[in-house]
Write a protein that binds this ligand. Structure first.
Ligand SMILES: [Zn+2]
Length: 404
């Protein structure tokens, strides 16, 4: 089974977009209502034992059942009978909102973060339709619940042999989009380890470093865009809330956000393809482990962009037939990639790896990337050569390091 998600720009008529605007608002209210119901239930129960009767009496009776996806769906079906807004909106789409609330709660338990947030007006950006009719795409039109045939820009063709599983209609600053999830009933060939290997380490200074000595810097235009964003946000905050000028300023901020997101993902795709060039295997640190050990290893510069980059990299590797695997990132900066000598913990300020045993010297992140590669090779059963035996030595000489 193979799933793909393709995004297309929609060109809805005025009436079609009015319908979806109304549904977005209904979906937002359903989200807030379902969230409030769950939140109240939890808060009525969470009081310290010794303070219970003083501080937090049960607002909800003690034996009221915990709200679940099923119970909230049932309540929704009931409410649809009397509420015209709920009735007008697509029922499966509204159920998906309840499912998202449920997922947000599970996510909260798993990550230990706070409660999911209530959504302000306009913040419910997408409508998820888990099912579409028969032959929902014809020519450059897609048939969507409630609005019928909508024109879309066919920026790329739908691949043969794929069936349309679900559609998510998204409102962005630049307009309406539809994300189509396509599914094909084929076996995904598993890429086997082969060819040249490269290890990558998330940089403390640069975006990432490779075992071949490359350091990928964050593109400078991001810094400029961030500055521009702050400026626009500041300007927007001086406007009278709700006024026309405020709305215009908000729209500018939203458009820039979208532009930054698009540029970042363009950079990620380009870099992923670049890494795949000429190699058969890519090894990277396991981000989940890093998040868990964040405090210990002080990778405080980890930003959310890395997670997104890794999923893009995994996908590009698969498409290009490159083997991709994650390795344990613990202690990658404590071993010499040249002789395996344990060099001890480096301080964050130590930019250079210098081995007291074999005198191997290189950038700290590059050394870590070389360890990542060696761990990856060991994991797939390849003989691991130390750098001293000739692996990647030639490319090491080309890097810019004051020690060469
Ligand atoms: Zn050494």
């Amino acid at each position: 089974m193979l799933n793909l998600t393709y995004t297309y720009r929609l060109k809805p008529t005025h009436q079609q977009s009015q319908t979806y605007e109304a549904w977005r608002e209904t979906a937002r209210r359903v989200w807030n209502f379902a969230l409030a119901e769950r939140k109240d239930w939890y808060q009525s129960r969470s009081c310290r034992i010794d303070a219970c009767s003083l501080k937090s009496e049960y607002v909800i009776s003690a034996d009221a059942p915990r709200p679940t996806f099923a119970s909230q769906c049932k309540a929704l079906t009931q409410a649809r009978k009397s509420n015209p807004d709920l009735k007008a909106a697509h029922s499966q789409m509204l159920q998906q909102v309840l499912r998202r609330v449920e997922k947000a709660f599970i996510g909260m338990w798993e990550t230990g973060r706070g409660f999911p947030r209530f959504k302000k007006q306009g913040r419910m950006r997408s409508l998820l339709f888990p099912q579409l009719g028969i032959n929902p795409i014809q020519g450059n039109k897609v048939k969507l619940p409630g609005v019928g045939w909508v024109k879309m820009l066919m920026s790329r063709p739908i691949p043969d042999g794929f069936a349309l599983k679900q559609a998510q209609v998204v409102k962005r600053a630049s307009g309406w989009y539809v994300m189509l999830t396509l599914q094909a009933d084929i076996n995904v060939p598993h890429v086997m380890p082969h060819g040249q290997a490269v290890g990558i380490d998330l940089g403390l200074k640069s975006f990432l470093a490779t075992s071949t000595g490359e350091q990928i810097v964050r593109p400078r235009f991001f810094v400029e865009l961030q500055r521009k964003l702050r400026l626009l946000q500041q300007r927007a905050s001086h406007k009278v809330k709700g006024s026309n000028n405020w709305r215009k300023a908000q729209a500018k901020v939203a458009r820039l956000h979208e532009h930054i997101h698009d540029s970042r993902s363009y950079f990620h795709f380009k870099l992923a393809h670049q890494l795949c060039d000429g190699v058969g295997m890519i090894f990277a640190e396991d981000l989940n482990v890093i998040a868990w050990a964040k405090g210990m290893f002080s990778k405080h510069t980890l930003d959310a962009g890395f997670g997104e980059f890794f999923s893009i990299l995994e996908w590009v590797c698969w498409k290009r037939g490159v083997y991709f695997a994650k390795v344990n990132p613990n202690g990658t900066s404590q071993t010499c990639p040249n002789c395996n000598h344990h060099t001890g913990k480096k301080e964050l300020s130590d930019r250079i790896h210098h081995c007291s045993e074999c005198k191997y010297t290189t950038d700290r992140d590059v050394a870590a990337a070389q360890i990542v590669m060696q761990r990856g090779l060991a994991a797939v059963g390849h003989t691991v050569k130390m750098l001293g035996e000739g692996l990647s030595n030639s490319s090491l000489l080309t890097q810019e390091s004051p020690f060469f």
